[in-house]
Write a protein that binds this ligand. Sequence first.
Ligand code: ADP
Length: 657
Amino acid sequence: MKAHDSNSVGAPAPGRFPPVAGLLVMGMGLAGLAGWIFDIAFVRELLPGFPTMKANTALCFLLSGVALWLSSAGRVTPARRAVAIASAVTVALIGLLTLGEYLLGVPLRIDEWLFRDPSTPAAAYPGRMAVPTALNFALFGIALLALQLARPRPAIVLAIAAMLPSYVVLAGYIYAAHPLHTSMAIHTAMTFLLLSAAIVATRPDLKPMSLLGGASATGLLARRLLLAALALPLALGWLRLTGQRARLYGTETGLALFAVSHVAVLVALILWNARSLLASDALRRAAEERERRTAEKLRLAAEAGNVGLWDWDVPTNEVYFSSRWKAQLGYADDEIPHRFSEWENRLHPDDRERALSILHRYLAKPWPDFEYDFRLRHKDGSYRWILARADTLLGTDGQILHMTGCHIDVTEQKRAEAELKRTLAELERSNAELAQFAYIASHDLQEPLRAVTGCVQLLAKRYRGRLDERAEELIQHSVDGAARMQALIQDLLAYSRVGSHATPMTETDCGKALDLALANLSTVIGERGAVITRDPLPTLRVDRSQVVQLFQNLIGNGVKFCAGRQPEIHVRAEARDGEYVFSVRDNGIGIEPKYHERIFEIFQRLHTRSEYPGTGIGLALCKRIVERHGGRIWLESAEGQGTTFYFSIPQVRPEHA
Ligand code: ADP
């Protein structure tokens, strides 16, 4: 989502000029009043011998400044509004009442209500503001009131109308043309002009500010021409008059000089503006070209990536679908009209409610990274899975003005995902079946095997010495074979139990688990005189009986594979990056690196039974146990150098284990 540029939606902020002008006008009013309170003639007149700023005028300026400042700075509160309206109404009333005094010839005693007017020469109406001043205050009072009543257009028209008398008075001062400035003080006229400009500037979005403002070439041109129109004739006229008064030339020459200089300056101005217009034209064309190329690149990228684009003007409900958007559904560009319903009507009946409700929720309160998927009907009647992503342009009040997004056809991914899920489920099922089968088979085999072993052992005991040598040998083979078979089946049973008949994970002191393993191995440890040492071991959340089995297998191997040497085995554990790494180090025969992977596979042995007895299941079982705990198992060893088996157990185990 992007917040919309605040300059083009709703009433824009007026900028800094109007409130600053409000403060200046207030200052002018206060200064004028101070001139009367402290009797400072300079402040009242500014130009000695010229009309004074009357006390009422100063008061009206103060109030106008207050109303202007309140209309253009800070937040609108009821109290601020009330003060602004009261000030504007007072200004309008003073202006209108003074005009009434002039028109009806009735003195209303408002002229010297605040101060007596000591002006010399005494005015016809001491203390009374001039007719144009009164007229202006009537206009400004109403204009400021209109601003408060949210009627900016009449306010601007009145402010522009009020410019005229002040401009005429200013021209009168510049040319020392007596009848034009007999009554209004020069600072009064200038303050009026400031007030007019500030009221106009409160609404940069309305004419004439919308024409004059901004950084556009049009605005710049309009500003320059306006300034020239307002100031040029006044300035050239003043030059002409000054020269004429100094007797440098007569009326005709003066007029000719005035006209020629006017033409020259205007021509220069026009040429200057034409040049900057040309430059801005070139810039605009270059920017348009860049924009066109960017749009083209975007279109090509979207085409290449099989991305369909759409754009929705929410308030007008106008929609655009790119040709790729349509092609994804099997349509040519002219086959789908640009209507919102074209999308909606193609939604899969099962997805329709969900997709529309997600969209409505998003429209009510947009969130970042908007993304959802649904099925859309293809021209051939099949449904395609579409992943839609979108971003929005927000208005100042937070509502969505524009929504733009893309469609990505994810039908193949969805299909592959579903396939993968199916395969995984199938795999899990067959794994479970296999484990169950292995368990049942080994469990059920135990019973007949026990019977066979029992019989053969009985046979061997009963008939020892009564049969010939060959028969005794055969019986002994049968006893050995049955015992091996029993060991194999027990190991297989333990292996298949790891996944299917596991006990729950509990907080386990691994030191105690090691004690149990050593107790189970006590006979063989005693026989071999093995020395087992250890470092402190942690307490972890594990399957206790499986960890006992793990230690038992690794230490048992260490004791077994030592080639007549006295076995020395050391067990330790070390915390590393969120896991514990255990190690079981022996001083045995070692393992060639090329077998380091293979020995973890079931039934993989590196020696004959006559060298070292065993089933080849022990390490495969260890691997299964460690993996069930979310860890890994590996070793470091070289032939004849002893072996260190490592296994890791995460401190926080994965959820599913
Ligand atoms: P088993 O011990 O029943 O033979 P295992 O799965 O425990 O089966 O071990 C597989 C093979 O790995 C063993 O036959 C042996 O060759 C080798 N092996 C295991 N542990 C050690 C060890 N500590 N030192 C040397 N070789 C070992």
